[in-house]
Design a protein around this ligand. Structure first.
Ligand SMILES: Nc1ncnc2c1ncn2[C@@H]1O[C@H](COP(=O)(O)OP(=O)(O)O)[C@@H](O)[C@H]1O
Ligand SMILES: [Mg+2]
Length: 445
């Protein structure tokens, strides 16, 4: 992409309504525009990152054996009356009537809808286990939407639902989700810690929230500092292997880590004092096992091998895809702007032409651009007739992890400058070597 042809409405001024850094940078970097309270238009660069996150979520869900599909956002109230949640859900549910006076709602979550699809088509234990999921817009009429995409009213969420014959099988599905979530967040350059959570209105005994540590997080968290040393890394995992998934679950949840809702002071005091941490975190996902609550209410049963009929054991599992943009920026920025982790960056590198119109500089930039594209990379080439300082400020703000700077002076010596956004370190090297180096960094991501 050439910046002169892109749509990147960068703001010079810091918007006064934005209280936290991720919100400020998303507005300033031209990623989102507020449409109304808690509802945003996704401008091209915000949309690009949203798609990248969505792709990672899809890849990791499918790797775990979960099946993507798509539910409507507008749902009939009848299904929610069947589960008993229509009245219980409260004011967060946006309710509307269609022209015939029928009660409809904008889906805040989709347990009912998935259970309904399941009960219509699945009759036998032979079709289990089954985990279906979607990535779809949700609406919750939050009383105080704030912090940009972090607590929106309309937000993009991955929600998955497992259907299993027994509690044991459903707990394996729970563990499978935990493993796939650990992989997902690490690919996004995030450490998200599974913490014992409160099940709230969804119900059930088993639930973990995944929290990214950040001062601006809405939850207070208490944990054993040893947990931050755990990495999932690139270990191979067989998602059908019950013992293997259980071992990961045990490894990542055996140390004390809880949110304020489930915090237990007596237990926390058993953690050695020098490892006790009290901090704040952003909830980027949650997994639940809730048994037969919805299958009982909606009559989602299957035939057993013995010929009887039993309600299926279920759980639901969410990732806040749009919130993740904010969480990543909270975790990775400096005073100049965003610093995208390589796994989610909207463009792989920036090219800054210090002297647009100079024949040698223009030619070198075009050649760099072509070589990067030929390797499957997406550069953003700042080809505007602007001062170098302004170009650098824009690149720093939008946070591309690597920048190649091209100027007539360097070219005389056959070199360009490669700069790492995170460390600020630069090196001079021939253009082909800069391309090679960038290709190597992104290989395998
Ligand atoms: N208002 C919101 N704006 C943005 N993301 C949200 C919002 N509410 C929930 N999410 C995201 O969706 C994920 C799954 O939602 P869920 O656990 O049902 O939400 P909650 O815990 O707020 O009831 C959450 O972990 C969070 O990342
Ligand atoms: Mg939650």
């Amino acid at each position: 992409m050439r910046l002169s042809r892109y749509f990147l409405p960068v703001l010079k001024e810091t918007p006064s309504e934005a209280q936290i850094v991720s919100h400020r940078y998303m507005l300033r970097a031209g990623m989102i525009k507020q449409a109304s309270a808690g509802i945003y238009s996704w401008l091209p660069m915000g949309f690009k990152v949203l798609r990248k996150l969505e792709n990672i979520v899809h890849e990791e869900q499918m790797r775990a054996g979960h099946i993507p599909m798509l539910m409507p956002t507008m749902q009939s109230a009848d299904l929610w009356r069947e589960s008993g949640r229509y009245d219980g859900y409260g004011e967060e549910m946006l309710r509307v009537q269609d022209r015939h006076g029928r009660d409809m709602l904008f889906s805040p979550t989709a347990e009912e809808m998935f259970t309904d699809v399941f009960r219509s088509h699945v009759k036998s234990y032979k079709d289990l286990p089954l985990t279906l999921y979607q990535i779809q817009w949700k609406f919750r009429d939050e009383i105080r939407p704030r912090f940009g995409v972090m607590r929106g009213r309309e937000f993009y969420m991955k929600d998955g639902y497992n259907f299993d014959l027994t509690k044991e099988d459903a707990l394996h599905a729970y563990n499978r989700h935990l493993v796939s979530y650990l992989r997902t967040y690490e690919r996004m350059g995030l450490q998200a810690i599974p913490m014992r959570a409160d099940s709230g209105p969804i119900g059930g005994d088993y639930t973990h929230e995944f929290l990214v540590l950040a001062e601006t997080g809405e939850s207070e968290v208490f944990y054993d500092s040893e947990i931050t040393e755990l990495k999932f890394g690139d270990r191979e995992i067989d998602f059908d292997n019950v013992a293997q998934c259980q071992a990961v679950m045990d490894e990542f949840t055996s140390r004390y880590a809880r949110t304020d809702e489930t915090h237990d002071k007596a237990l926390f005091d058993q953690v050695p004092e020098d490892r006790r941490r009290v901090a704040r975190g952003i909830e980027v996902g949650q997994i639940f096992y809730f048994g037969t609550q919805y299958s009982d209410a909606l009559g989602a049963t299957v035939q057993t091998p013995e010929g009887g009929s039993v309600p299926v054991h279920m759980g639901s599992h969410g990732i806040g895809v749009s919130r993740l943009l904010g969480a990543i920026i909270e975790a990775s920025h400096d005073e100049k702007g965003i610093i995208w982790p390589e796994g989610v960056t909207p463009f792989h590198c920036g090219i800054v032409n210090l002297k647009q119109g100079d024949e040698a500089a223009d030619g070198a930039c075009d050649a760099l651009y072509k070589s990067l594209v030929a390797l499957g990379l997406e550069p953003l080439y700042d080809d505007r007739k602007e001062r170098a300082g302004g170009k650098f400020a824009t690149m720093d703000l939008i946070g591309l992890p690597w920048r190649i700077t091209v100027g007539p002076r360097g070219l005389k010596n056959g070199v360009v400058e490669l700069t790492c956004r995170r460390t600020g370190e630069s090196e001079e090297l021939p253009p082909e070597q800069a391309v090679e180096k960038i290709a190597k960094i992104y290989a395998g991501l």
